[in-house]
Write a protein that binds this ligand. Structure first.
Ligand code: AMP
Length: 356
């Protein structure tokens, strides 16, 4: 268990690391960021940072020696990085969560083997295998690279007018999965935490709207039945327990059908704080960032009680120019990430309205 004054190491220097570090400070904990050269907004709010690549063994060892625990803000931490660190210092969530979630095939197999619903999927390693998989799943279906996909990157929708050759070249011929298309009504997620003593607390289910494959808006409560809400939380608990997980994570779901036919299937697991949980900053008694810090510090979790109806909006690219008018809206909370450069599609900040 960490004590106030101890230091948490964070891999990655983006907005998630920044908001974790900001949540650690009132608990008397310090953060040390490890990130490669670049625009690292977390550096602005942390006492220490190391600029080095994730394969710099000497830098990783020195970092491990300077912190009491290591956590991360992104799931694509190389396995070798996690191994070097975990030989010297606890890495939480444990590297197994990374190994499983970094590969969509491993991840979907793991979820299915827990008895949870996932869209039908088939591993595809060549054009011939893609053609065979398309015969089985039909069109439309979704081709996704096994590794390094996010915000719709590494993905191709295979509709009637898209040939297997085109889809295969769109994703660069990388090892992939072909997934059945889910005609979903909505996309929802559960953000939850598991403590080092095995306590699991889930925030209320969030409903997520995307624009150009990037999360645009999260609203709560989600327009789903009580049973579906409970089933989503139960699925999150099952996943956390199976991974012996410590920290905050998110599970994204598709919701198909409505009324008595409403059905969930898991899209993916994010082994980290998640954009669909940003509303908890101001919208819940304990933010997801504080919750993650508490969990990796070995401390008790805080209350996940929601404080009202919620609307969270991402400020993407030029949206950030709206900051003066947003600041003038009473009761609205604005979080800017301090990124140096505005680029189209780049998450620059977010706003949350809590309607009590
Ligand atoms: P992902 O990167 O897997 O989270 O997918 C990004 C987005 O693509 C999702 O949020 C959905 O809007 C859409 N999508 C992904 N997989 C499917 C699917 N099997 N059926 C329908 N839409 C999908």
């Amino acid at each position: 268990m960490l004590k106030p004054g101890d230091t948490i190491g964070i891999l990655g220097g983006g907005q998630l690391a920044r908001m974790m570090a900001l949540a650690a400070a009132p608990l008397g904990l310090k953060c040390h960021i490890f990130a490669p050269e670049g625009d690292n907004p977390a550096f602005d709010v942390t006492a220490a940072h190391t600029i080095a690549s994730y394969d710099d063994e000497a830098a990783l060892k020195a970092f491990a020696g300077a912190v009491s625990v290591v956590t991360y803000e992104f799931e694509n931490v190389p396995a070798s990085t996690a191994d070097i660190l975990s030989a010297k210092v606890p890495v939480l969530p444990a590297p197994r969560a990374l190994a499983i979630t970094q590969d969509r095939f491993t991840e979907k197999s793991f979820i299915r083997d827990l008895g949870l619903a996932v869209p039908e999927f088939i591993a595809v390693a060549s054009l011939a295998e893609l053609e065979a998989a398309l015969t089985r799943l039909g069109r439309p279906s979704v081709l996704k690279t096994r590794r390094l996909g996010y915000d719709g990157k590494g993905q191709a929708m295979v509709r009637d007018d898209v040939s297997a050759e085109i889809a295969w070249s769109t994703i660069g011929g990388a090892p992939s999965i072909l997934e059945a298309f889910v005609p979903f009504e909505r996309e929802v997620s559960v953000v939850a935490a598991r403590s080092s003593t095995g306590e699991v607390l889930a925030y209320d289910v969030c409903e997520n709207r995307h624009a150009h494959h990037i999360l645009a808006q999260t609203i709560l409560p989600a327009a789903i039945s009580t049973q579906t809400e409970q089933a989503a939380k139960a699925a999150a608990r099952k996943i956390a327990e199976a991974l012996d997980y410590v920290g905050v994570f998110a599970v994204e779901f598709f919701v198909a059908g409505s009324g008595a036919d409403e059905a969930l299937s898991v899209n993916e697991i994010a082994p980290r704080v998640h954009n669909s949980g940003h509303w908890t900053l101001g919208g819940a008694v304990t933010s997801q960032f504080e919750q993650h810090i508490r969990a990796v510090a070995g401390w008790p979790l805080g209350s996940v009680q929601r404080l009202g109806r919620i609307e969270m909006e991402n400020l993407i690219g030029d949206d950030v120019a709206r900051w003066p008018e947003l600041l003038a809206e009473p009761g609205l909370s604005l979080e800017l990430y301090g990124k140096r450069e505005v680029r189209a599609g780049r998450k620059m900040g977010h706003i949350t309205r809590v309607i009590r």
